[in-house]
Design a protein around this ligand. Structure first.
Ligand code: GDD
Ligand code: MG
Length: 195
């Protein structure tokens, strides 16, 4: 295969909680000509997200928290419904999603099922998100959840009927991509009745 990309250089623009860089590179177009391109990349590592569902009760466990960028861009209260999710430390995604699930919901999941991975915003975000599903029941609740206080997290955990959660996608109440993907995965794969 012919070389497609060459002369890659990276300039770090900002290194704070995450790293913003400009990547410059030569790109070979389909007609064979080369052009110099630049793309900014925002890197805060990879993430994981999980659907916790209870087939017996027909419910899912979702979180609600304040998301500043949504508040600034079109979400009046800034509150967002989400599945439990978070960024990975230096750990396998399986471990990371178990840690995040406990921190955010207080539930310690049993068997977790890896589903798929996705780049959520490939134009500028480096993050690859690993998606999971797991059944939950009341015996798995070991703590209050709510997030990590010293990370300034304040997370409400809400048990919702699955059918209602699906309707909340259409009504515009659920507007988080990873949450929509996982709820639709459950609907497509018939893991719960949505009557
Ligand atoms: N100081 C500081 N703290 C931050 C910043 N951004 C996030 N934090 C803190 O770090 C916590 C990270 O929590 P996680 O649970 O690890 O991540 P998340 O924000 O819930 O979700 C991320 O991962 C998801 C799954 O991959 C992503 O979908 C989501 O967009 C986000 O990147 C946040 O809750 C917040 O307290 C920041 O810019 N500055
Ligand atoms: Mg989180």
């Amino acid at each position: 295969m012919k070389e497609r990309i060459r002369n890659i250089s990276t300039e770090v623009l900002s290194k704070g909680w995450s790293t913003l860089s400009t990547i410059s590179f030569d790109y070979r177009r389909r007609d064979g000509s080369w052009e110099r391109q630049q793309r900014e990349a925002y890197d805060h590592g990879n993430g994981a997200a999980i659907l916790l569902y209870h087939p017996g009760k027909g419910t899912v466990l979702l979180t609600r928290q304040f998301r500043m960028v949504t508040y600034l861009y079109g979400n009046p209260e800034g509150m967002l419904w989400e599945v439990p999710a978070g960024l990975l430390d230096e750990e396998h995604p399986d471990e990371g999603i178990r840690r995040e699930t406990e921190e955010e919901t207080g539930y310690r999941p049993g068997a977790i099922r890896p589903l798929f991975s996705a780049y959520m915003s490939p134009g500028s975000l480096t993050e690859l998100v690993h998606f999971y599903a797991a059944e939950y029941d009341d015996t798995m609740k070991t703590a209050e959840g709510g997030g990590v206080a010293h990370e300034q997290e304040e997370i409400e955990v809400v048990e919702l009927p699955f059918a209602k959660a699906l309707k909340m996608i259409n009504s515009g109440e659920i507007r988080d991509g990873k949450t929509i993907m996982l709820l639709q995965w459950a609907a497509l794969n018939g893991v719960m009745s949505n009557e």
